[in-house]
Design a protein around this ligand. Structure first.
Ligand code: SAM
Length: 263
């Protein structure tokens, strides 16, 4: 189960975003790319589930039609507060609501677009959430959800695994419960048309500290999971520095994309 502390504030999530923000080679951010898949008709009603820090809307701040009504939702008050603060600077009025995606009380068929970025894999009962999403989406509406594939950052994870193995620690990241590989079969019972599209990107990392912060941010994500033990941090720092000194950069594949679902 997702621990309460993981998203209580946006701090841990921002450590993960920072790695992508600083070292991505694709100049078009994933959020801008996702927005290109939205219909751009006037007067649409848009709902985002698990909005996090509101980064999607910040990235697309100059493209949002003024006539759109946008509701940002999350279960975490801390995330909603960060989103509200960072979006207060942009020229669009958003609504913010505390909503659990597994238990949605909006009326039937009231949204034109529903967005769920990198959050369906956190849900314990995804089928419940998907049937609510289907129920509150208009018949002509679109549901867009992003997630990762099995190759996401695998070159970076291999460095972590080699390091941990050398300390007799056999940790491995598990398979995502909702990924680019297994998402289609979970969505098709709810939507008659589902397509997939991938965002090409590679990280070229030439600094150690953001990698350390990235892995430390996962400690405790699910109950008492420890991915990088505190006592190993210094040795892992030296291990990564040796790789960067000899290879200049660590290249890591970003395997991410979206499912676009309609009736
Ligand atoms: C990995 S973050 C993604 C944030 C944002 N969508 C983005 O792409 O930057 C996952 C978000 O889902 C939220 N979340 C987790 N479980 C949720 C649930 N059952 N209902 C709504 N939001 C949830 C977390 O609080 C967190 O903000």
């Amino acid at each position: 189960m997702l621990s309460n502390s993981q998203y209580a504030s946006s701090k841990k999530y921002e450590a993960r975003l920072d790695l992508h923000r600083r070292f991505s080679t694709n100049p078009k951010s994933k959020y801008v790319w996702i927005f290109e898949h939205f219909p751009k008709t006037e007067n649409l009603k848009v709902l985002e589930l698990g909005c996090g820090t509101g980064l999607f809307w910040l990235a697309n701040r100059n493209q949002i039609p003024k006539t759109w009504s946008v509701i940002l939702t999350d279960t975490s008050k801390g995330m909603l507060e960060t989103a509200r603060n960072s979006l207060s600077r942009i020229n669009h009025r958003f609504q913010y609501e505390e909503v659990n995606a597994e238990d949605i009380s909006y009326p039937d068929h009231c949204f034109d677009i529903i967005l769920a970025n990198n959050m369906l894999y956190h849900l314990e009962n995804r089928s419940n959430a998907l049937s609510h999403i289907r129920r509150i989406l208009k018949d002509v509406g679109v549901f867009i959800t992003s997630t990762m594939g099995k190759n996401d950052l695998f070159e970076l994870h291999i460095h972590l695994y080699h390091f941990l193995e050398s300390r007799n620690n056999h940790f491995r990241f598990g398979e995502f419960s909702f990924s680019l590989e297994n998402g289609m079969e979970q969505l098709t019972p709810f939507f008659s048309k589902v397509s997939i599209s991938r965002h090409e990107n590679t990280l070229r990392i030439d600094e150690v500290e953001p990698v350390i912060d990235y892995y430390l941010s996962f400690n405790g994500i699910y109950n008492d999971v420890v991915i990088l033990p505190e006592e190993d941090v210094e040795a892992f720092r030296e291990y990564l520095q040796r790789i960067i000194d000899s290879e200049k950069v660590i290249s890591a594949t970003k395997d991410s994309g979206i499912f676009i679902c309609t009736q």
